[in-house]
Write a protein that binds this ligand. Structure first.
Ligand code: PEP
Ligand code: MG
Length: 893
């Protein structure tokens, strides 16, 4: 006997989510709470995994369990599966552990065949309804189970409607449906060589198999990858007795959210359609009515729905997304789940739930999806510039997007790969379009409501979206979009305002996002919880100011070479690098000194009272030198083409010789960082002098200055020893002994060469702090060139699941993490008060932040706009793992 792989709704509960999937667990929980759920059962995720294990085959044991559960269901419903006079009909729906809306398959009305359809017609006294159900089954079954492209069925349906002279599906006659069923049968036979199965158990087996397999369809795989959902989870399958929303005007179907998923407001929100079935609302084929209209149309149902929704929200302590059907004036709940929402709504809902005493502050912080915080810091449109609003649709996902218009997902993906920014406009999107949605800045649809696929997916991804924009008509073949008498072509620039639903002609200037009150409240709660500090990577006073506004507790990395990227400064830096001798170099440095001094003054002013970590120059030389190939080309033109003057020829020849002399095969591993500072001490000398002169001036103006001078690319203790001596010497020279007391500076090193991590015990003798430069540390630990790997093999590696993530985005805790842990332990053994942090890109990544917390680092440093994310993630790390150090990462090593 195999283990129990089928669980009736009345036997499950919410804690069985891993086994029953989200939908199955919630259906069971709702059944237990006495809510009106049509009875059914769930086939477990374990059954799905067993199915994959034996080469996509359903075992006899599982089939027996399904048959047994069906018998129970027949008893509950007083109907029999496949019975000609009183047939039981069921839906077969996927239900994964993590919500994957629209990514997998569903089949409704299963159990209909040429005989049972007559029984259904007689029972309901509604022939038109019964044959409509039957053709829907054939269409879904043909598409999902038999793999026939949906448009074959759509074409036949379209032809029938033309023949009958009707626009809407519900206006088709019973005879029309009957003839369509014959057409569908012929289509299925022609496409697959087999007839549509009349045996209902055969239908069921094939449907369950298809839903299992849909776990591995392309769109589901892509969705899992983006949302980091493990492939090993598998999906459960829910088999539920059917209720019908398409039996006439006392029936309907809809979706409600207990709060507004766009704004978070505590208002009942949703849409419904009278006389419609299943996916009609979310599929966006007809534009539905707002739920408020149900209050006057079916007041009792509305009240019942409203109170059940509030009961569910209280039970789950979260905003719910509920599917319902009304069959002959009786309400049924088909599903409830935590509703998808955008970042602003997520924050507002979480803060409100704390105020309503449904959640604790910790629970609220824990719940925030940190990747969505980026969305909050999204841009809006500069209203002054808006002149030409083409159309207005539903404001489905906030934020503004500017791009060139495309009308299909493949073009969106292709143009985006070519470096263009695009807006995808479709009549309606389907999960098949997901790669286009990912590639686009924003999405526009002419049909569908706020709960349509386009809206749900875009919101989930934090992309601006305008949907149900019925004023526009998209003609795919012509690659054009019409709005009244206006025509917009593929490639034209448009702007979407997802907050107001406007579609605007042209590329509007956008303004940066602002902090909302709810975010400030949530960040305050997070700050009260977390122990890990959050610093910013900022290279100029403007960024430092933004960073401080966003909550930075210091600057963790100021890349001083970035201070030289401006057109006025770059030539001076180039002159310094290309100098023929020390004299020349000193002249260039003398020019740079005041520039650096004023930069540092600006940084200290902005960060008054907080540490500012300034990294001495670390330029991979190729980023600063004139391009060798360009120079060679110009040199040949001057030499062989006899162009230009003698003077120019000589200058170019000289420059070419210098650039050739400095040329390195691998500049990333070349004369960078402290190596440059040791060979040319006058460069670091100038920078250190500028730092302390700036500090001195600031101290005079009452500013509290805490400089932390950081030496890059150290691999041997002696490198740091020499340079630390230089810093200490210059500091004393510039400040003098007395003023030094007002300037408690630190000298530290980046740990970005594996040897530095391995010899941390020696290096720490000269360091007040370690800052892990995980960009280089990843590059050198893996031996992957950070300039080349992503464009070459790394994406392939990640796609093939050879690596779980791109290690330049998510810290490789197994390898690089081991070096960090080792260096922290070794350093602290010698200097218990050693300050430690991370300043590579990983400092703004949630998983990496969790690792940093566990390793007991003092801070993470990330780009200014990631600071809110890092503050929340650091609090979540504390909530999940407690006091750092207690569950040392060493366990995992
Ligand atoms: C690093 O290597 O992680 C780092 C922060 O330095 P950079 O990216 O400037 O090399
Ligand atoms: Mg580096």
């Amino acid at each position: 006997m195999i283990q129990k792989q089928v669980v009736p709704f009345q036997e499950g509960n919410a804690s069985m989510k891993a086994l029953l999937g989200g939908k199955g667990a919630n259906l069971a929980e709702m059944t237990r709470a006495g809510l009106p759920v049509p009875p059914g059962f769930t086939i477990t995720t374990e059954a799905c995994l067993a199915f994959f294990k034996v080469g996509n085959r359903i075992s006899e044991g599982l089939l027996e369990q399904i048959a047994e559960a069906l018998k129970q269901l027949e008893k509950q419903k007083g109907q029999t599966f496949g019975d000609a006079s009183n047939p039981l009909l069921v839906s077969v729906r996927s239900g994964s552990v993590s919500s994957m809306p629209g990514m997998m398959d569903t089949i409704l009305n299963l159990g209909l065949n040429d005989l049972t359809v007559q029984g259904l017609a007689a029972l309901t006294n509604n022939e038109k309804f019964a044959y409509d159900c039957y053709r829907r089954l054939m269409q879904m079954f043909g598409n999902v189970v038999l793999g026939i492209e949906g448009y074959h069925f759509e074409q036949l349906l379209h032809r029938l409607k033309e023949k009958e002279g009707v626009q809407q599906d519900q206006d088709v006659t019973a005879d029309g449906w009957k003839s369509l069923i014959e057409d569908y049968k012929a289509c299925i036979l022609a496409k697959t060589g087999q007839a549509f199965p009349q045996h209902v158990y055969e239908q069921l087996r094939l449907a369950v198999e298809a839903v299992f397999k849909s776990w591995n369809n392309q769109r589901a795989q892509i969705y899992r990858k983006i949302n980091r959902i493990p492939d090993e989870q598998g999906t459960a399958v829910n088999i539920q007795s059917m209720v019908f929303g398409n039996m006439g005007s006392s029936c309907g179907t809809g979706v409600v959210f207990t709060r507004n998923p766009s704004t978070g407001e505590n208002t009942f929100f949703g849409e419904y359609l009278i006389n419609a079935q299943g996916e009609d609302v979310v599929a966006g084929i007809r534009t539905p009515l707002a739920i408020a209209a149900l209050k006057s149309e079916m007041p009792q149902i509305y009240e019942q729905l409203f109170s059940a929704s509030k009961q569910l929200e209280k039970h789950y302590k979260d905003m719910q997304d509920i599917e319902f059907t009304v069959e002959n004036n009786k309400l049924y709940l088909l599903q409830t789940r935590n509703g998808k929402r955008n970042a602003q709504a997520a924050l507002k809902i979480a803060v409100d739930l704390v105020q309503e005493s449904l959640l604790t502050k910790q629970e609220a912080v824990e719940r925030i999806e940190v990747s969505h915080l980026d969305q909050l810091l999204h841009r809006g449109i500069d209203e002054e510039a808006v002149k030409d609003v083409l159309a207005k649709g539903l404001p489905a996902s906030p934020g503004a997007a500017v791009g060139q218009l495309v009308f299909d997902a493949d073009t969106a993906a292709e143009w985006s790969r070519a470096g263009k920014t695009v807006i995808l406009a479709r009549n309606e999107t389907t999960p098949e379009d997901i790669h286009g949605v990912i590639a686009s800045e924003g999405v526009l649809t002419s049909r569908g409501g706020m709960t349509s696929h386009a809206a749900v997916v875009a919101r989930g991804m934090g992309k601006p979206c305008v949907c149900g924009c019925e004023e526009v008509r998209i003609v795919l073949d012509e690659k054009r979009m019409f709005a009244g008498s206006r025509v917009v072509e593929e490639g034209d620039w448009i702007t979407l305002d997802g907050a107001s639903g406007r579609v605007i002609i042209g590329a509007m200037p956008l303004h940066e996002a602002r902090m909302t009150d709810e975010l400030l409240v949530m960040l305050k709660w997070a700050d009260d919880i977390r122990t890990l500090k959050v610093y910013a990577n900022a290279d100029n006073p403007e960024d430092a100011k933004i960073a401080r506004q966003l909550g930075a507790q210091g600057i963790g990395l100021c890349r001083t070479e970035h201070m030289f990227f401006s057109p006025t400064r770059l030539p001076v830096v180039q002159r310094m690098i290309l100098a023929d001798d020390k004299e020349d170099r000193l002249q260039a440095l003398a020019q740079l000194l005041p520039m650096q001094k004023s930069d540092f003054e600006g940084m200290f002013e902005e960060m008054d009272g907080l540490p500012v970590t300034i990294r001495l120059l670390d330029p991979p030389l190729h980023e600063f030198l004139p391009n060798l190939e360009d120079l060679q080309k110009r040199h040949s033109e001057l030499t062989y083409g006899h162009a230009g003057s003698d003077l120019e020829r000589e200058e170019i020849a000289h420059l070419l010789r210098k650039v050739q002399a400095l040329h390195e095969a691998n500049p990333m591993l070349g004369q960078r960082g402290c190596r440059l500072g040791i060979v040319y001490p006058e460069i670091y000398d100038m920078q250190i002098e500028a730092i302390f002169r700036a500090a001195s001036g600031c101290i005079d103006r009452g500013i509290r200055v805490l400089p932390e001078i950081m030496i890059p690319l150290v691999g041997h203790a002696n490198e740091l020893k020499i340079l630390r001596e230089l810093v200490d010497f210059v500091a004393e020279q510039v400040l003098g002994k007395d003023k030094l007391r007002d300037c408690p500076y630190k000298v530290g090193t980046m740990i970005e060469v594996p040897r530095a991590a391995l010899t941390a015990r020696q290096i720490v003798a000269y360091a007040d702090f370690f800052s892990f430069g995980t960009n280089d540390l990843t590059q050198m630990t893996y031996g992957y060139s950070r300039d080349d790997a992503e464009g070459k093999f790394l994406t392939h590696y990640v796609d093939q699941k050879l690596l779980p993530h791109n290690p330049f985005q998510v810290l490789d805790t197994e390898g690089v993490g081991q070096l960090i842990d080792l260096a922290v332990n070794a350093g602290r053994l010698v200097k218990p008060a050693l300050k430690t942090g991370i300043c590579g890109e990983h400092g703004g990544d949630k998983e990496s932040i969790f690792f940093c917390h566990l390793t007991g680092l003092d801070y993470v440093s990330c780009s200014p706009y990631r600071i809110p994310l890092a503050r929340i993630a650091a609090a979540q790390a504390f909530i999940m793992h407690g006091v750092p150090g207690e569950q040392k990462v060493a366990q995992a090593i």
